[in-house]
Write a protein that binds this ligand. Structure first.
Ligand code: APR
Ligand code: ZN
Length: 235
């Protein structure tokens, strides 16, 4: 711990990649954990353009359920610790795969929400984006401008990441000198490749996860829960 803290203090650019595991202790189930099922559907079978085309009511029901769950929970010590880390670093970037908005709620600023945000919706026809926290969304929310169907502004399986977000992420991987990878199973691309891009470019790689996913790649693996470990290394 002491040498890792030193390493962080000596860094000029710390990059953080977070996944569902960082919100686990807030009470949000991870995707590939035991509780990652909703009414027997896997996330992969709901978060896709094909699923939305087949049954938009089902997909929206899942998102309404997730929005209500997230709205009932709070940020945890890991989200909050990263805000203090950001304040101290000369250069800092956070990339999250999470759509719960918790990093922003905690106060993170330099942040890329790679997979979107569950509190934003997008028109399937005119592309209009709307921020919306309404707990009682209709079964099929519609665009106020053109009345077409709205969808969650989330990157689904089979869809591409916003080009600017992707480019900025990869640049950060190449430029950082230390990368913290927190709570991701590292199976969903492109984020799954970020750690190796950073490592190849010479970054010192640290993973925080009770079930590590980057063994062999990381320089240090801290086996445990994000909300316990993050405050220990940043404070
Ligand atoms: N602290 C840290 N990590 C944890 C904790 C915890 N308390 N609890 C679980 N984890 C770890 C798990 O061991 C696992 O490696 O978090 C990871 C969660 O993995 P996934 O459920 O696969 O989530 P993630 O990697 O974020 O998934 C990527 O897949 O479904 C899509 O778009 C969705 O963004 C998501 C993407
Ligand atoms: Zn519209």
């Amino acid at each position: 711990m002491a040498s890792l803290r030193q390493k962080i203090s000596a860094s000029k650019f710390v990059l953080v990649l977070s996944g569902a595991g960082i919100s686990a202790e807030s009470g949000i189930p991870t995707f590939r954990g035991k509780e990652g099922l909703w009414k027997n559907h896997r996330a992969e079978d709901l978060a896709s353009p094909a699923a939305f085309q087949r049954d938009p009511k089902l997909v929206w029901a899942w998102y309404r359920w997730r929005r209500a769950l997230i709205a009932s929970k709070k940020t945890n010590a890991a989200h909050e610790g990263l805000v203090r880390l950001e304040a101290r670093m000369p250069r800092y970037q956070l990339i999250t795969q999470n759509v719960d908005g918790f990093h922003g709620l905690a106060g993170s600023r330099k942040m890329i929400e790679l997979h979107g945000n569950i509190w934003r919706m997008r028109c399937t026809s005119c592309g209009e984006k709307i921020e919306n926290h309404d707990p009682d969304l209709p079964e099929l929310p519609r665009c106020l401008k053109c009345e077409a169907l709205l969808r969650p502004d989330i990157v689904w399986f089979g869809e591409g990441i916003n080009a600017n977000d992707l480019e900025q992420s990869i640049q950060s991987c190449r430029a950082c000198d230390l990368m913290l990878v927190i709570g991701t199973s590292a199976v969903v691309q492109p984020a799954a490749s970020f750690a190796s891009i950073a490592k190849e470019a010479g970054a010192y790689l640290v993973e925080i996860n009770p079930v590590p996913s980057l063994s062999g790649l990381s320089d240090v693996t801290l086996v445990g829960k994000a909300a316990e470990i993050v405050p220990k290394i940043v404070d």
